[in-house]
Design a binder for this molecule. Structure first.
Ligand code: ADP
Length: 219
């Protein structure tokens, strides 16, 4: 489903944020990308979401090299992804409810289906009481839950999460990971970047360990 082939990324030459990254993720896998701060985890996620492009090498999503896709097609490509950004990126002028409903509306789901699914997610993430609020009035942990609910609402082919439990207490972190696992069991491929090794140990199946922009090991 996803393949990195000889990928290098340099933000400010001659230094490299990533060097010679090679890995594949098959459909239905649950993969952690881990490593200390600055190791290159976010850069890998941004390359997959096509926010960044490789300085060298190629990235394939279902056999299409995503570096080569046009601007218009990037939107279509991103609709197939569910993305939990590190900084949430909720839409400030939409309510919590509307943020979570948006991917479903874009997918053209019927009004009743949008309402049913959004309501179910808001309940599942315990943010239903904030449904009519705007993101700016929410705590960091609440915003994170909204961001995750939005990322999964459209049942993406590939779910990407960058430090999705960063603002959550250990109890909620585990609940979120279990929810990712549940989605994964239903067929969504999941890639989670985290420095939290206790989560990786508890939930890890495949783990890509990064160190200073290189793959140290894949287990
Ligand atoms: P991680 O997510 O593991 O903390 P990052 O991918 O954010 O690592 O960063 C990897 C390296 O790339 C770091 O040295 C970081 O300073 C550098 N870097 C990340 N983003 C940028 C950027 N936009 N411009 C310049 N350097 C960057």
């Amino acid at each position: 489903m996803l393949r990195f082939v000889g990928v290098y990324k340099s933000y400010s030459p001659p230094g490299y944020a990533l060097q010679n990254i090679n890995f594949s993720v098959e459909k239905g896998e649950f993969v952690f990308i881990t490593g200390p701060s600055g190791a290159g985890k976010t850069t890998i996620i941004k390359l997959i979401t096509r926010e960044e492009t490789p300085s060298q090498g190629r990235i394939f999503f279902r056999n299409t090299d995503i570096s080569g896709i046009s601007r218009r097609k990037i939107y279509l490509y991103r609709r197939r992804l569910g993305i939990v950004f590190q900084d949430f990126r909720l839409i400030p002028y939409l309510t919590v409810y509307e943020n979570v409903a948006l991917p479903l509306i874009i997918q053209g789901k019927k009004k009743r289906e949008v309402e049913r699914r959004t309501h179910q997610l808001l309940k599942e993430f315990e943010i239903i009481h904030k449904a009519r609020e705007f993101p700016s009035t929410l705590s960091g942990g609440e915003q994170q839950r909204v961001a995750i609910a939005r990322a999964v609402s459209g049942t993406p082919e590939l779910l990407l999460a960058d430090e999705p439990t960063g603002n959550l207490d250990p109890f909620l972190s585990r609940r979120i990971m279990k929810l990712f696992k549940k989605l994964n069991l239903k067929g969504t491929t999941v890639i989670v970047a985290t420095h939290d090794l206790s989560l990786v140990e508890e939930f890890g199946e495949r783990v890509i360990h990064l160190s200073y922009g290189k793959i140290k090991k894949i287990v």
